[in-house]
Design a protein around this ligand. Sequence first.
Ligand SMILES: [Zn+2]
Length: 308
Amino acid sequence: MKSIKYCFLILLILMAYQGYSQKDSVKVFPDSSKVMNDLFFLASDSLEGRETNTAGNAIARKYIVNRLQKLGVSAYVPDYIQSFIFGKDSIPGENILGFIEGFTGKNYIVVSAHYDHVGMEDSTKIFNGADDNASGTVALLALAEHFRANQPDNNILFAFFDAEEKGLQGAKYFMQSVVVDTNRIKMNVNLDMVSRGDKNEIYAVGTYFTPYLKPMLKDAAEDKSIKLLFGRDEPKKKPNWVNSSDHAPFHNAKIPFVYFGVDDHADYHKITDTPDKVNPDFYLEAIRLIKDAIENFDANLGDIVYGK
Ligand SMILES: [Zn+2]
């Protein structure tokens, strides 16, 4: 009788230990060294500012596609690439579209960031675009990794848009293309400049149009060490960021959107927007906040309606 009790006790201890060690091995999100390595690579001089239709832009694209493949994120279009042509000079651009199927598999959240930047000047000055928008691009990769391991309820389409700096061309093309029924896109979460913690603040823009989102954002920010601010979306108030990045074509189609971004800083669109200026603590916390917000949107997507 005694030995059975002992066996039971040992079993309990073993189970508790196993549970503990499993919990202990839960990965911290996001992987900080991976994030910073990605950021320093995409914003390095060798990519020459990632301007659309340049060799540096193609290197960035190849890097992103390679990462999506390794993460096991599905290609939403063949080879992940959605090609388009824009402008009077018929410039080619290429969006990258990765896809994670949700449990219910019907509606979509489009999580977007532009991977292009403004390139070079006088063939000597390189605009690295670390914050604008290597930061959003890398955050998207981290989010894709998270949702690959933690299946969402709804489909998530990860859109790495090209030619944002040429007038939101990639996002505009995406919305007019037929790759996805826009009636099934219930939300856009756009990331553009999310890494500069100069003021320890990040904005969530768009709740003026869909106030229902606000409590979900506040909830995501509650336990974070950075400050989440609202605004920059009210008519007649300046600055106004409603049309400032790739969320604009979604907004124009009356799709609820949240745009995450920091305030303009002294290095915005300057050759000094380099990765060493990024505060990793702020950046990683911003990615965690955005991840939690997307999880809240995913859990409530059926109730999110533009204008409510
Ligand atoms: Zn940008």
